[in-house]
Design a protein. Sequence first.
Length: 274
Amino acid sequence: MARLDGKVAFITGIARGQGRSHAIRLAEEGAAIIGIDICDQLPTVFYPMATQEDLAETERLVKEVGGRIVTRIGDVRKREDIESALQAGIEQFGHVDTIIANAGIMPVIGPGEQRQAWFDAVDVMLTGVWQVMDVVTPILQEQGRGGTITITSSAAGLRSIGLNTLPGQAGYTASKHGVVGLMRLYSKQLAKDFIRVNTIHPTGVNTPMVANAEYGEFLAANPEAATDDAYKNPMPVELVEAIDISNAIVFLASDEARYVTGVTMPVDAGYNNR
């Protein structure tokens, strides 16, 4: 019997990167998958974002490992998109058990002041997470099956990463700290319903959000941003892999973690222990 047999997971930001990895890994462990992704470009984001073709590839890869999946194109900044995607999945699979609030952007570099980047970062990674939680919480409570909510924060959600003070970097850091507060609030309120809420805090992950030409050019032009103090892991790895985060999320979603709630779980190669 697989670790997540009979469970249904709702994942935001599923089209590629960590979201795709989570979908495949949870499907390997028996979970059915509901997913949403914007599949569009935000002007303040300096790297190419996921596409509809990426979303289709995630569906293919989940089915390739024997999983079942329902996806929708949608924006976590729009409550109706979250509700529509979730409802489509529940109609197909009957319920939902585990929520992975993963959708994220990294508009941390760019010319000029780029003030809109602050609002985009906070809207996607803080308000968007709250909207997901606000939609799913009454559903989980009404089902009476317990459940889990895991929020993707960052090593930057436990300490700052000092790249710059541009609005996008400020919004990113504030959002990744802010979801920790949401997690602590909801984990206390939902414990009586056996709904567990945790955050996960990766260091840099080898996905298109970080491993892209534009970001590489920025680091080359700003070597102080890549110093040991700013961005290096004590373990001698530059980036961890998405599967490393997915494995931790499988644990948190499984009954092996049935009494694990209210924790900030680093998967950071020692970044926050320097």
